[in-house]
Structure formats: structure tokens, C-alpha cells
Ligand binder design. Sequence first.
Ligand code: GRF
Length: 206
Amino acid sequence: MGSKISIAVLASGRGSNFQAIINGIAKGEVNADIKVLITNNPEAQAIERAKKAKIPIEIIDEKKSGMREQLDLEIKKTLDKYNVDLVVLAGYMKLIKSKELLQAYRNRIINIHPSLLPAFQGLHAQKQAFDYGAKVSGLTIHFLDEQLDHGPIIYQEAVDISDCKDEEEAAEKILNREHKAYKKVIDSFSKGKYVIEGRRAKFVPY
Ligand code: GRF
């Protein structure tokens, strides 16, 4: 077994993936420590979840004047302070644009997107899939790069949404699988490393 990794979680809202990671750690399924929750939204439900789990919280409110340009840089400063191995985006709704942040944390920031990329990029991917009439959608976990929902792919999973009666049901079905998949992928970082081969991130065990 590899050594425990330390992670920072970035979330903007509900935080159900964040909660799944907290629960996974408590159950011994995820070999990690959450050093900090960073949020851009002072109203995020994720904050309550962090409080309950006694995880330090850093709120970087981009609505405060002049902050938007500064947001990524403030995030970088905060990440540097907590000295984490991995940065986990879990419903973080801002595009990370800063070259400084992206370069400093290259292949150490992961994101989960609720579709099989490159299909249905951007917001409301589950609604996009449902409205398109897709019978199969899914989830993608990838490293972050300069483009939206684009970086090297770590993991993908298909989800059958053909019987879902509306977009909410499709989103719920996908979300359930997201929780399980994200826990497994985060845990894998304690057991090996990912080597980038073209568009793919290939797992190499320790
Ligand atoms: C998830 O569907 C995730 O794939 C997407 O944003 C949503 C976040 O949900 N990036 P939650 O905040 O984890 O409940």
C-alpha cells in the first residue's frame, strides 16, 4: 500500500462529491487526508460539510471588488500554503485561467465532468445529453489544462440513461456513479502515479 496523499478540494456549491470523499476517507476506502476546502462561494453547502468534518475552510469570495482577476492567484497562494499533493475540483464552477496556477500545479489538478468527454462540455452536461436524446452518457475524470473540460483523461465510465424520464433522473444516476468513481481515482493516487501519454493519463503502480 502506498502512502496517504494530502488533498485540497475546491467546490462552489452543493458538495455531494466532496461529501463522498469525506465519507470514503472515514471508511478507509480513500487513502487521503483533506487538508483544506477552498470555495469561491460563501453560501456553498460544501462549507457546512467541511465544518462537520472539521476540515479547514478558505473562502475566497470573488464578488469582493477586484477579486475576479485575483481569484486564481489567491487560490494558488492558498494551495501553496497547505502544501498538498493533489487538488480535487468537485463542482468548482469557475474556469481556472491563470497560467501561473496551471503551470505550478500541472497534472496535479483533477476535475470530474458529468459526461463522456468530448461530448457535452460545459454547463448542464446531463441536460445537454438528455435533450440530445443520448441513450448513454457518463462521467469523465481528467487533469486540468488550459482548455475547458479538455485535459488528459484519467478515467471514464458510461452510464445508461435510456430509461431516465427526465434530466433530473439522468443527473442523479450519473451523480451516484461520480461519487464512487471519484473516490477510487483519488485513492489510486496513493498507489501509483499517472504518466501522460498523448491525450491519456496512464496509471503506473508503485
Ligand atoms: C457534479 O455533477 C460534477 O460532475 C460537476 O459538478 C457537479 C457537482 O456536484 N463538475 P456536487 O457539488 O459535487 O454535488
